[in-house]
Design a protein around this ligand. Structure first.
Ligand code: TRP
Length: 331
């Protein structure tokens, strides 16, 4: 089975777009791939974080991933900072990629543009990301288009390291996430549903209760054409509702258009489908939330499994670079 690595930031909350666009495929994929899911708290601290909030959101994201259906007995779900090799390999990769490579990264340009404090870690962020991927001999990194540049940098780093020091890392491929539904903001259906919309009524959060879901879908922006057609150019709001309904019920959006002639019934069915989709997730999350010790126990075991893999790779890297054996961790 190919090893597939994904990293997810413990900031903000998870919404319906994340679920239908990516998480659901991760859940299905855990049976097809050797899947590794990492909650990247080290990446989170490249920008200022409130410590109590970071701790809480790291646990919460892990529990959300499990509530959605990622099973820590089937795939590997762990917290990045629990495995020290991430920071250690990141250093070697900072010494492998060039200043110029990092300076070209679009995410850095965007995130640093209007920040009043730009940490050095924000600049070297892609080297840490490369370490995440390379430590696990990853074959495939399924990412959205916004991460393509980072994965290309990861490949370049692996290739450069291997040619300098001899074969050490598997060179991963990236795969732009396909198939996943593209869920748009309910209030602004030409932009993707996003975290940054904050409390905005156009985002459905995974843990929204049924009345909140119904209210947001009832108030979703449509148009004045008065017909239900799947036409993302002229009817983006209606098409988005068809997409959501289709993704939630497993039917093609284009087939559904014929079944509706009013926006009201489309919205009603869409809301029912989303409530039915999210109810079991909310229930499982509540159980997990009630017993944080259980999740933390699972995370401890996962960290051990992750460390086993990561420490082997790190050993190869240390040896390749020419570090003298004799560290206090037994190397
Ligand atoms: N940078 C990624 C993001 O912002 C998160 C991430 C960290 C990641 N490490 C990774 C993604 C490794 C894929 C592989 O979404």
């Amino acid at each position: 089975m190919p090893r597939v690595f994904s990293g997810i930031q413990p900031s903000g909350d998870v919404h319906l777009g994340n679920l239908l666009g990516a998480l659901r495929h991760w859940v299905a994929g855990q049976w097809e791939w050797d899947a590794v899911h990492c909650v990247v708290d080290l990446h989170a601290v490249t920008v200022p974080q409130d410590p109590a909030e970071l701790r809480a959101s790291t646990l919460r994201l892990t529990q959300l991933l499990m509530a959605v259906g990622l099973d820590p007995e089937v795939c590997l779900i762990f917290v990045q900072s629990h495995v020290r090799e991430h920071t250690e390999l990141a250093w070697l990769l900072q010494c492998t990629v060039s200043f110029g490579d990092l300076r070209r990264m679009n995410q850095f340009k965007e995130k640093s543009a209007d920040a009043d404090f730009v940490s050095a870690g924000l600049f070297t962020y892609p080297a840490l990301q490369a370490a995440d991927v390379l430590l696990y001999d990853t074959d495939i990194v399924p990412v959205g288009d916004d991460q393509r540049q980072h994965i290309e940098l990861t490949r370049d780093a692996a290739i450069r390291f291997n040619s300098r020091y001899g074969d050490t890392f598997v060179v991963p491929r990236h795969r732009i996430a396909e198939a996943g539904a593209r869920v748009m903001d309910l209030q602004n259906p030409t932009s993707k549903m996003s975290k940054s919309a904050g409390e905005a009524p156009g985002t459905i959060w995974l843990l929204d209760d049924p009345p909140a879901i119904e209210r947001k879908i009832r108030r979703a922006v449509t148009d004045s054409l008065g017909q239900v057609r799947y036409d993302t150019v002229n009817q983006p709001g209606v098409s988005n509702l068809l997409d959501i309904l289709g993704a939630a019920t497993g039917r093609p959006a284009a087939d559904l258009e014929e079944e509706y002639d009013s926006y009201g019934t489309l919205k009603g069915d869409c809301a029912d489908a989303v409530v039915a989709l999210l109810e079991p997730i909310r229930r499982r999350f509540a159980e997990l939330e009630a017993d944080p010790g259980h999740t933390q126990g699972l995370l401890r075991q996962s960290a051990e499994r992750a460390t086993e893999i990561a420490s082997r790779t790190m050993g190869r890297a240390r040896e390749a670079v020419g570090f003298l054996p004799g560290g206090n961790w037994g190397w």
